[in-house]
Ligand binder design. Structure first.
Ligand code: ADP
Length: 612
C-alpha cells in the first residue's frame, strides 16, 4: 500500500516536473522564435516597401503618357522598351511594363527576351483591375509567362483625370526565399487563402494550411495565380493554443513532427508570415529534466530507505538491549532469590544442625549415663559374683576353723583364719575398685602408669577371664600416659572384656595385651588382640556406633565401644579396630605419652638390680 502511494507520488512529481519544464521551455522557445519571426517580417516588409514607390513615380513619366495617348507609335514604343529595360536593370526588379486601359501590354523591359510581355493581355490580373480603379494594385502570383513567383505593384497612368493604363513592376520572390534558407526555424508565407508561396521547406510550397472549399479553389484556378499547381492541403493538426497567433501543431507527412507555430500578418500585402519551431529541443530539455528529477527522486528514495533501515536497526538494537537488560534483571532477581532461599535454607540447616548437635550432645550424655548404668549393672553382677565366692569361702573357712578349734587343731585353725584374712583382703580390693568407679573423677587427667591401669582392669575382669589365657607382659621400662585413670580403665575393661567374650567357647581361648611406644615417640599404644572369629569386614565401620551389637538380647547393649571412643577422643587419643592378618580382632588404643617420674624410674632401677 505504502509502495503504491510512493510510486503514485513519484509519478505525480515527475509529471509535474515534466509539465513545468515543458511550459518553461515552450515559453522560452516562443519568445525566441517570435523575435526571429519579427525580424523576417520586417525584412519582407522592407523588401516590398523598397519597390512600392517605383510604379507611382513611373506613372508620372511623360513617355508612358505619350505612348498611351499614341499607342501605335513604333518609335515611342521602342524608345520606351529600352527605357524600361534600363530602369529594370537599375532598380533590380524582375519586370517593368506598361499596360493600356484594356490590359494589353504595350511596352515591357523584357521586349528582347524569348517570351516578351509585349502584346499580351493581363487584364484578368487583380493588380491591373485595382490600378484601373485608381489605387496602387498589389498582387502575388506565379508568372504565367515566366513561371516565377512574383510580387506585382501596379499604378494607374493618368492624363487629365483619366486613367489611360497602368504601369506594373514585378519583383522576383525567389531571392528573398533564398536569403531565408539559413533560418533556424521553418518560415512560410501564406496568401489570404492560406496558400504557402514562400517557404524554407520546398516540400510545403503551394500547399494550403487549411482545406480549401471547391469554390475557393475554382476562383484561384481562374485567377491563374498559381498557374497549374494542384494546391494540396498540408496535414497540419493544431494540438494546443498558446495565446494569440501561437499554437503547438503537428505536421504529419509520413513522419510527424511537433512545431510551435506563430504567425504575424502583413496587412498591406495581405500575407501571413509563419514561423514553425521544432519541439525537439523542448522535448529533449523535458527529458533531461525528467531524468534529473527521476535520479533526484531515486536518491531521495534511497536515502529514505537507508534512513528507515537505520532507524529500524536502531529500534531493534534498543529492543534487544532492553530485552537483554530485562533478562539480566530477571536472572539477577532469580539468582538473588536463589541465594536468599539458599541462605534461609542454610540458616535453617545450621539451626537444625545446632539443634541436632545439642540433641546429640544430650543423647550422648544420656548414652554415657545409660552406659554407666549398664556398666554398673555388669559390675554389680561381677561384684556379687566376686563377693559371693569369697563370702562362701570365708563361711566354709570359718566353719572349718570352728570345728578345728574345738578339736584343738590350732595350726590348721590358724591356716584357715589366714585364708579368711586373705579373702577379706581381696574383697577390700573389689570395694576399692567400686569406690574408684563411683568417684567423680571424669574429665580430670593426670600422669597414669599404663601397666598399673592394665593390671587394675584385668583385676576387675578376673571373674570373667575363666578359661581364657591372658598373655600380658608389662613393658620393661614403665610407660606413662596423660589420661583420666578411671576412664582409661573403663575403656580397657571394655576392650579386654569384648576380647574375652569373642574367644569364649573356643578350644584355645587367648587374649594378648601388648604395650609399646608409638613410632613418633609421643604416644603409647596398647594393642589388645584375641584369637576369636574377628569382625566381619562390612561391620568394621559400624562397631563404634551406639547400640550396635551382634550379641544376643540381654547380653550386650552395643554401648561399650561408642563410649570408649568418646572417652578416648576426649583424652586426645585414638581408638582403632581391625582384623589381625593371623586371625582374630585387634584393638589399638593410642594415648599421649608423658615422661616417667623420678620415683618410678628409681623403683624400676631398684627392681631391675634386684632381679639381676
Ligand atoms: P556390646 O559388647 O555390648 O555388644 P560393644 O560396643 O562393646 O557392645 O561392641 C559392639 C560389637 O563389636 C560387638 O557386639 C561385637 O560384634 C563387636 N566386637 C567388639 N569387640 C570384638 C572382638 N574382640 N571380636 C569380635 N567382635 C567384637
Amino acid at each position: 500500500m505504502l509502495k503504491m502511494l510512493v510510486l503514485f507520488v513519484a509519478a505525480l512529481a515527475l509529471w509535474q516536473v515534466g509539465s513545468w519544464k515543458r511550459e518553461a521551455a515552450l515559453d522560452s522557445l516562443q519568445e525566441s522564435s517570435r523575435q526571429e519571426l519579427r525580424r523576417y517580417v520586417l525584412h519582407l516588409q522592407g523588401q516590398l516597401e523598397k519597390y512600392e514607390f517605383l510604379p507611382v513615380v513611373l506613372a508620372s513619366n511623360k513617355r508612358l503618357v505619350h505612348l498611351l495617348l499614341n499607342p501605335g507609335d513604333r518609335e515611342r514604343i521602342e524608345a520606351l522598351n529600352l527605357y524600361l529595360e534600363t530602369l529594370n536593370k537599375l532598380t533590380g526588379t524582375s519586370d517593368t511594363y506598361l499596360m493600356d486601359a484594356e490590359g494589353l501590354t504595350i511596352a515591357a523591359s523584357n521586349w528582347a527576351t524569348e517570351r516578351p510581355f509585349v502584346g499580351r493581355n493581363f487584364s484578368y490580373r487583380p493588380y491591373f483591375q485595382e490600378a484601373m480603379k485608381g489605387h496602387l494594385g498589389r498582387y502575388f502570383a506565379l508568372g504565367t509567362t515566366s513561371n516565377k513567383r512574383g510580387y506585382y505593384f501596379a499604378y494607374p497612368v493618368r492624363w487629365e483625370q483619366k486613367i489611360l493604363g497602368a504601369v506594373v513592376i514585378k519583383i522576383n520572390m525567389a531571392p528573398i526565399e533564398e536569403s531565408w534558407k539559413d533560418a533556424q526555424n521553418e518560415l512560410l508565407v501564406t496568401d489570404p487563402d492560406g496558400v504557402v508561396f514562400i517557404t524554407t521547406n520546398k516540400g510545403w510550397r503551394y500547399k494550403t494550411l487549411n482545406r480549401l472549399q471547391p469554390e475557393v479553389l475554382e476562383r484561384i484556378r481562374e485567377s491563374r495565380r498559381y498557374g497549374d499547381e494542384t494546391l494540396e492541403t498540408l496535414p497540419v493538426a493544431r494540438r494546443e493554443s498558446r495565446g494569440r497567433n501561437a499554437h503547438v501543431v503537428r505536421i504529419d507527412e509520413g513522419r510527424g513532427y511537433d512545431y510551435l507555430e506563430q504567425e504575424e500578418s502583413m496587412p498591406h500585402a495581405g500575407w501571413h508570415v509563419h514561423i514553425l519551431a521544432r519541439l525537439d529541443q523542448v522535448n529533449s530539455e523535458v527529458l533531461n529534466a525528467l531524468v534529473f528529477a527521476a535520479l533526484l527522486l531515486l536518491a531521495i528514495f534511497l536515502l529514505a530507505m537507508f534512513w528507515m533501515q537505520r532507524r529500524d536497526r536502531l529500534r531493534e538494537n534498543a529492543i534487544f538491549e532492553r530485552k537483554a537488560k530485562e533478562m539480566l534483571e530477571i536472572r539477577v532477581r532469580e539468582q538473588t532469590r536463589d541465594i536468599t532461599e539458599a541462605n534461609i535454607r542454610l540458616t535453617r540447616e545450621i539451626e537444625q544442625h545446632r539443634r541436632t548437635e545439642s540433641e546429640l550432645q544430650q543423647t550422648q550424655n544420656e548414652l554415657i549415663q545409660s552406659a554407666k548404668l549398664a556398666l554398673i549393672g555388669q559390675m554389680s553382677t561381677g561384684i556379687s559374683h566376686e563377693l559371693n565366692q569369697p563370702l562362701a569361702a570365708i563361711r566354709s573357712y570359718a566353719d572349718n576353723a570352728l570345728t578345728l578349734y574345738r578339736r584343738d587343731r590350732h595350726k590348721e585353725v590358724e591356716w584357715n583364719l589366714a585364708q579368711i584374712s586373705e579373702l577379706t583382703e581381696r574383697m577390700a580390693q573389689i570395694s576399692t575398685q567400686l569406690k574408684m568407679f563411683a568417684r567423680k573423677t571424669a574429665g580430670k587427667k593426670s600422669r597414669v602408669s599404663v601397666t598399673e591401669v592394665i593390671e587394675d582392669s584385668l583385676r576387675l575382669l578376673s571373674s570373667r577371664i575363666k578359661a581364657t589365657r591372658i598373655i600380658w607382659k608389662p613393658p620393661e621400662r614403665p610407660l606413662h600416659v596423660f589420661a583420666n585413670m578411671v576412664q582409661m580403665e573403663q575403656v580397657l575393661v571394655n576392650l579386654i572384656g569384648n576380647a574375652i567374650e569373642a574367644v569364649d567357647g573356643s578350644p584355645n581361648p587367648i587374649v594378648s595385651i601388648e604395650v609399646k611406644t608409638g613410632s613418633d615417640g609421643k604416644t603409647v599404644c596398647i594393642a589388645i588382640r584375641d584369637n576369636g572369629e574377628g569382625i566381619p569386614d562390612d561391620l568394621l565401620e559400624r562397631i563404634f556406633d551406639p547400640f550396635f551389637t551382634t550379641k544376643e538380647k540381654g547380653k550386650g547393649l552395643g554401648l561399650g565401644l561408642s563410649i570408649s571412643m568418646r572417652i578416648v577422643d576426649a583424652m586426645d587419643g585414638r581408638l582403632t579396630a581391625q582384623n589381625h592378618p593371623g586371625g582374630g580382632a585387634l584393638f589399638t588404643l593410642a594415648l599421649p605419652a608423658t615422661a616417667p617420674s623420678e620415683a618410678s624410674i628409681k623403683l624400676a632401677a631398684h627392681t631391675y638390680s634386684e632381679a639381676t
